[in-house]
Design a protein around this ligand. Structure first.
Ligand SMILES: [Zn+2]
Length: 112
């Protein structure tokens, strides 16, 4: 059994994602390829810094999905996704943020 990196629920046979979660997030059951390397990320993030509204100290870039839904590409404008790689200063920071956001969603579904 694995863990879905999107919903954090259990998956069958060590899968990293539920197909339904991929479909919900990307509109396709196949994980799109990311078209920026970690080596390029800092240069791209600095280049985009004045062109996008995402701020903060963590390296991150805005991405958009290609029309065939096969690739996630750097997008100065119109990006729908944010790529936040692992930080060398704070381990597991993106994972911690994702878990916190999932808990917030679950808390929001609580009946009053
Ligand atoms: Zn899932």
């Amino acid at each position: 059994m694995g863990t879905c990196a999107i919903c954090l629920g259990a998956t069958e046979a060590d899968a990293d994602y539920h197909e339904a979660c991929l479909e919900s997030l990307f509109g396709t059951a196949v994980l799109p390829a990311i078209h920026v390397t970690l080596g390029e990320l800092q240069k791209v993030a600095v280049k985009m810094a004045g062109k996008m509204s995402i701020s903060g100290i963590q390296e991150k870039v805005s991405l958009k999905l290609s029309s065939d839904k096969a690739k996630l590409m750097v997008a100065a404008r119109g990006g729908r996704y944010v790529l936040k790689p692992e930080s060398s200063r704070f381990s597991l920071l993106p994972q911690n943020e994702h878990l916190t956001m999932r808990l917030a969603v679950l808390a929001g579904k609580r009946r009053t």
